[in-house]
Design a binder for this molecule. Sequence first.
Ligand code: NDP
Length: 320
Amino acid sequence: MRAIVVTEHGGPEVLHPSEVPAPEPGAGQLAVEVAAAGVNYIDTYHRTGRYPTKPPFTPGVEVAGTVVAVGPGVTGFAAGDLVATADAVGGYAERALVNADRAIAVPAGADLRLAAAALLQGMTAHYLTHSTHPVLPGETVLVHAAAGGMGLLLTQLVKLRGGRVIGTVSTPEKERLAREAGADEVLGYDGFAEAVRDLTGGEGVAAVYDGVGRTTFDGSLAALRRRGVLALYGAASGPVDPVDPMRLAGAGGVYLTRPSLAHYTVTREELAERAGDVLRWVASGELKLHIGRTYPLADARTAHEDLEGRRTTGKLLLIP
Ligand code: NDP
């Protein structure tokens, strides 16, 4: 089968289109014929080795597709079923493996591209707005990179909960998309903390959802209200330097957390609940997915170059 293989850690150029044997499902696993694979920032961390990986490997954790084989001991899934997951092994391929206990059933006839686009970032936006800092009606929060895959979903979910969104973006086109998703105010990054204070009567925001990291962290702390929550959920601009806890006191007794989706989909029940909400909201139109671009599988390198080069909006998909 065709797959992208990372032969050594490095830049997007190490994503090699290759021919490899199709994987067979082990105990508890499904083999899935991939209809679409989501491109996520975590794939870039795996590619560079920032998150531990051992080449050669096929990246990609998010897929939707059709079950073509089930491993020993699998119950509840059979060949022909449609599934999606944010926990695939080797998703950038014609066929990927998925542990059955991390697979989400997709109704027959559903659009598999939408399922692939929805799950990982949708569940992340879900836990950030419903669990890490449950947004209350009327409160103001700050969403960085508001036109990104995460940003557009966070913005919509904050609005669904009755909150007010201040977003940051780098271009006028991204500003337009953020406003379309519901952002009430949209800022550039320069001096955003002061602008946030001005927009909140000097008080600051109840929460900052920060997936940008290094370049926004200091401003994010400065933009919080007393006892506000900084949910540092990513590092698109690079990792944040070590933080002296006294800085949290200086910022007003604020809370700092560095959450991951795995922390919020621990049990099968929790996973199924978040995935169920996200897929239902997408089906009902409450949550709109913006697929910024789809790439043929062989163009995984371009997809990573575009994502890391800040040239993308919304969700990116690879189509085998
Ligand atoms: P995005 O679509 O948001 O792309 C990243 C965006 O970050 C860019 O488009 C850009 O928007 C902004 N950005 C600001 N500075 C930089 C920089 N120096 N280099 C690159 N981008 C920059 O990506 P995703 O939605 O896939 O992911 C966003 C973040 O969410 C990532 O950090 C990712 O790791 C994290 N994440 C975390 C999860 C978790 O559970 N913890 C799960 C899913 C994602 P602009 O040009 O407008 O500034």
